[in-house]
Design a protein around this ligand. Structure first.
Ligand code: SAM
Length: 161
C-alpha cells in the first residue's frame, strides 16, 4: 500500500465514522473537536451537525481561515490544560460526542498521549455519548463499539458510554 493509499483510507474512515456519529448522536449535549489541524473534520462536523454547539481544542490555530471556530467555542492551548478548564466550566458528562485526532507520525508518543489523555476523556461523555478517535483510548466506563460502525477494524476507534 502506498502512503497515498494509506492517507485515503484513513480520511475515508474518518469521514465515515463522523457521518455515522451524526446519525446516532443524542439530540442534546455538547460536541467536542480535539485537534483542529487545518479544520477539515471540524468543517465536516459542523456541516453534518447544524445547530449543535461544537467546542474546539487546539494548541496552535493554523486552520484554513474558513474553518476557524467562533472565539467563544475555541479553547487554545495544550489539551492537558484546556480540557480540565472545560470540565470545570461545563461539568463532567456534558458531551454527546467527542472527536479526537491529535496524533502525529510518532507511534510511541501517540501511545503515551492516549494513555495520559484517557482519564480526561473519560470524564467528558454523558451516558450514551460517543468518543471517536484516531487511536485506541482506555475508557473503562465505555464500550468499544468500533466494529458496529461499518468502519474496518483498526482504522478508527469508537467508544460508547
Ligand atoms: C492531525 S491534526 C488534526 C487534523 C484535523 N482533524 C483535520 O481534519 O484537519 C492534529 C492537531 O492536534 C493538535 N494537537 C496535538 N497535540 C495537542 C495538544 N497536546 N494540545 C492541543 N492540540 C494538540 C496539533 O496542533 C494539530 O493541529
Amino acid at each position: 500500500m502506498t502512503r497515498l493509499d494509506s492517507a485515503i483510507r484513513r480520511l475515508t474512515a474518518q469521514r465515515d465514522v463522523l457521518d455515522w456519529a451524526a446519525r446516532v448522536i443524542a439530540p442534546s449535549g455538547l460536541v467536542l473537536e480535539i485537534g483542529l489541524g487545518n479544520g477539515r473534520t471540524y468543517d465536516h462536523m459542523r456541516a453534518r451537525l447544524p445547530g449543535r454547539e461544537i467546542y474546539v481544542f487546539e494548541r496552535k490555530v493554523a486552520a484554513h481561515p474558513a474553518c476557524i471556530p467562533p472565539e467563544k467555542y475555541l479553547f487554545i492551548g495544550d489539551v492537558f490544560e484546556t480540557l480540565p478548564a472545560f470540565l470545570e466550566r461545563f461539568g463532567e458528562g456534558s458531551a454527546a460526542l467527542v472527536h479526537i485526532d491529535i496524533g502525529t507520525g510518532n507511534e510511541d508518543a501517540n501511545r503515551e498521549l492516549a494513555l495520559h489523555l484517557s482519564p480526561l476523556l473519560a470524564k467528558l461523555l454523558m451516558p450514551g455519548g460517543f468518543t471517536l478517535g484516531d487511536r485506541a483510548f482506555a475508557l473503562p466506563d465505555c464500550t468499544d463499539i468500533s466494529s458496529t460502525t461499518g468502519v474496518r477494524k483498526g482504522r478508527y476507534f469508537v467508544y460508547k458510554r
